[in-house]
Every structure is written in C-alpha cells, then in structure tokens.
Ligand binder design. Structure first.
Ligand SMILES: Nc1ccccc1C(=O)C[C@H](N)C(=O)O
Length: 309
C-alpha cells in the first residue's frame, strides 16, 4: 500500500505498509509471549481461567447462567462478596477476549477472588462469538448485559466495565452506546480497557477475519477509535483506564495509545471522562489478565483503588 505520510515521517497507519505476514504477526498476541511458546501460552491462559472459575464457583456466593436476554448464550455469572447485601455494591463486569471467536465466561473468572474479597460484585458476561455471532450483534448483547445489571441492581454503587483484547473493544463500544432505547442509564463509573483493539480495520486483512467476515464498513462502524471523539460523555467522574502489556506487540501498543489520545478527556470541570494510560511492566497479552487472580498485582490494585477512591 502507498505511504502518503511524506518522506522522513513515520506513517500514521504503519500497518498499511506491512507485509501480510508482518500484519498477521502483529495481530497474533500469542507469538509475542516471551516466557512460553505461543501454543503453551494459550493453553496456560485457558488453564488459569478454568482454575479461577472453578475456585470462584466453589467458594463464592454466585448466581450462574443468569439470562440477560432471550437469545442463546445471553447469560452472565454473578459472583458476590460474602455476607453482602446483594444490591448495594460496586459491580465489575468482565468481557473476555479471544478475537470475538473464542473464549467463554466459563473460563474467565480470573479476578473474582480478589475483587469479591474486597466487597465488589463481579459479573462475567457471555456473548455470542463468531462465526455464529456477528460483531454488531455482540455489541448489542454487551449493551443489553450492562442495562440488565443496572435494572436488576438499581442501587448499585457504580458499574465498572473491564474488557480484555476483543473484550476491551466491546467495553469501549459502551462509551458510544445509546442507552435511551434500553430504558435505563447505567451508573457507569469506570472503564478498564486491557490490551484492546479499537481500530478494527487492520483485522479485516488478517486470518482472524475468516471467522469474523468483517467488511471494511463493518470494521469502521464498530471502531471506537473513529467514533469516540463525537460520543456523549457518560458521567463527569467516570474513569477510563487504557492499559497495555510491555510485551504486547507494537501494533497493540499503538492501538491502546492512539485510543487514549482520542478520548475526550480534558478536565473534570468540563464534564468529560478522566482518562489515563498505563503500560504494565513485565507482562504479556495473557499474563496481564492471568495476574488478576492475585490481590497484590498492580492492575488488581489499580482497579480496587479506582473503585474505592
Ligand atoms: N485465546 C485468547 C484469549 C484472549 C485473548 C486472545 C486470545 C487469542 O487466542 C488470540 C490469538 N488467537 C493468538 O493466538 O494470540
């Protein structure tokens, strides 16, 4: 593709100059894991997710497979702190990753133990992955899951959305949601966008698109990178944290940094979101979430501080 940036200036869209192999590589997070081989990294990730979920279900008060809609698979698992009054709590919703085509709520309860121990209710959200589900439908499902939590727990102490990888994209799309047609305005107080993809155009040219079947128009319509500057701010004190792992690929770093740059942040008194950007030291695309099983982990602590500030 042609470089229109001019000689001597780095292209604003470096991926357009990449070979197909390089683009594929940049958007394959497991190939950037340094501590393990790619396949072993994916296996370990799912194993840690399954163990955390098994533990959460065995030790925490929970409501499992609660429907948030009539569609197949439109379910959430809700985990509560011990001896809590069910409604008056901060709610932390997690949207799993896996390029909108893998992963499930049943292996994604990473953060349940440390967050519920501190008095936070954790909701792990399932959505209909590709090739069965389309991206537009996933965005609609996630929107309905957030509205569902607000309707079920109207006295909540804040709703916090966290997504990883493709799930961070889905969470970011909630900055653009039109809540009026859902009959409720969720009490959104924070977004934790972990190693996300916010401009979907490059994905169209990778093997991920075999299952996704995104057209360029689908990708643009679903790119918060292109839309968020025009979005209505949610709540003046709502926090948006964009975070990426040190060992994430350069394209993943660019995705997070550029999304942070277009967030309409500015100052609190102008009524816009308080945003911050963090590169987490010494973690890759998978460890960044695996470590949420630990209470002393940096990101766990950032999440707790944000919720209880
Ligand atoms: N399973 C995941 C869970 C979370 C986030 C990404 C993935 C991926 O599999 C990404 C891609 N297929 C990879 O091999 O890196």
């Amino acid at each position: 593709m042609m470089d229109v940036s001019g000689v001597g200036f780095p292209s604003k869209v470096p991926w357009k100059k990449m070979s197909a192999e390089e683009l594929e590589n940049q958007y394959c997070p497991s190939r950037w894991v340094v501590r393990l081989g790619a396949e072993e990294a994916l296996r370990t990730y799912s194993q840690i997710g399954i163990e955390a979920t098994t533990r959460a279900r065995a030790t925490r008060k929970s409501l499992l497979h609660v429907p948030y809609g009539d569609g197949e698979g439109e379910k959430v698992d809700i985990y509560f702190p011990d001896e809590s009054s069910e409604g008056s709590l901060p709610f932390f919703l997690f949207f799993h990753g896996g390029y909108w085509q893998s992963g499930s709520k049943d292996e994604s309860a990473f953060m349940v133990h440390p967050l519920t121990a501190q008095g936070v209710a954790v909701v792990i959200v399932a959505y209909g992955i590709a090739p069965k589900g389309t991206l537009d439908h996933m965005v609609d499902q996630v929107t309905r899951s957030v509205a569902f939590v607000q309707k079920r727990y109207p006295s909540n102490k804040g709703i916090y959305l966290c997504g990883h990888s493709a799930g961070a994209h889905l969470a970011a799309m909630m900055l653009l949601a039109d809540w009026t047609k859902h009959g409720v305005t969720p009490n959104l107080r924070g977004f934790f966008l972990v190693s996300g993809v916010f401009d979907l155009e490059p994905i169209v040219y990778t093997s991920q698109n075999v299952a996704l079947q995104l057209t360029l128009e689908d990708a643009q319509r679903n790119s918060p990178q292109l839309k968020v500057a025009q979005a209505q701010p949610v709540d003046p004190t709502c926090r948006v944290l964009v975070v990426v792992g040190q060992f994430d690929s350069p394209e993943f770093h660019r995705q997070s940094w550029e999304f942070y740059q277009v967030l309409p942040v500015q100052t609190l008194c102008q009524g816009e979101w308080k945003a911050s950007f963090e590169e987490l030291h010494d973690v890759d695309h998978f460890e960044i979430v695996e470590n949420l099983t630990q209470k002393d982990n940096v990101l766990t602590q950032i999440i707790l501080k944000t919720i209880f500030q």
